[in-house]
Design a protein around this ligand. Sequence first.
Ligand SMILES: Nc1ncnc2c1ncn2[C@@H]1O[C@H](COP(=O)(O)OP(=O)(O)O)[C@@H](O)[C@H]1O
Ligand SMILES: [Mg+2]
Length: 240
Amino acid sequence: MNHLEIDGIAMRYRDVQALHPLTLRLEPGITGLLGPNGAGKSTLMRIIATVSKPSAGALRWNGTDVRRAPDVLRRELGYLPQDAGVYPQLSAEEFLRYVAALKGLPARTSARQIDRLIEQLNLQGARSRPLGGFSGGMRQRVGIAQALLGDPQLIVVDEPTVGLDPEERVRFRDLITDLGRERIVLLSTHIVSDVEVAASRIVIMSHGRICADGTPTAVIGHDANLEAAYLRYTGAARAA
Ligand SMILES: Nc1ncnc2c1ncn2[C@@H]1O[C@H](COP(=O)(O)OP(=O)(O)O)[C@@H](O)[C@H]1O
Ligand SMILES: [Mg+2]
């Protein structure tokens, strides 16, 4: 079974300790990464996506040290950065073809996957018109589609639901639920309702540390619901 070990990963930017050493093992299923702005979610996700080098610690993909062999992880990775830009002049189809080429997908596989993703993400309207003129939600869905190209086994999506309307959120949740049956999905958000239904595991971060990690039921504990637990954990971390 695929697994990613995050072993003592820490990150310091000049005078900001964005991540204190943290250790997590990710396995297939949806892990919801919750935390207020500034908690360190994006920093952790950029490190997992091999975009940033941590100040300390190691990542291992199926036991292989990612620093020594980043490609073993990169070829299994689908990553949606926070504030991902898309090229405004390209249509959804052109942009996805471009990303598929960067990922080295064979032309026939990429054509088939692009068709499927355009349908799954309800992007028919953006298929051949420039993305620059579309809503934030549509551009975000193109960003999600590019992350899913190549059928990655490790899906890291940073605030994927930003800009999506309620109907788009439900569609996205259904899609990610499907994907999370076999793949490792790490999904960050500061909106608790994005993950309380879909996630099999909840990790709450605050101030660069993990303050809760477990099944939704375990994290909720004696609280009324996940939102209440989230506020208690992040409030407690703030007061500490
Ligand atoms: N490139 C950077 N340079 C300096 N500080 C940064 C940088 N990126 C993030 N930070 C700081 O690291 C902390 C965590 O930020 P971030 O990982 O973006 O949190 P989140 O995604 O949870 O909102 C914040 O204090 C933020 O200001
Ligand atoms: Mg962020």
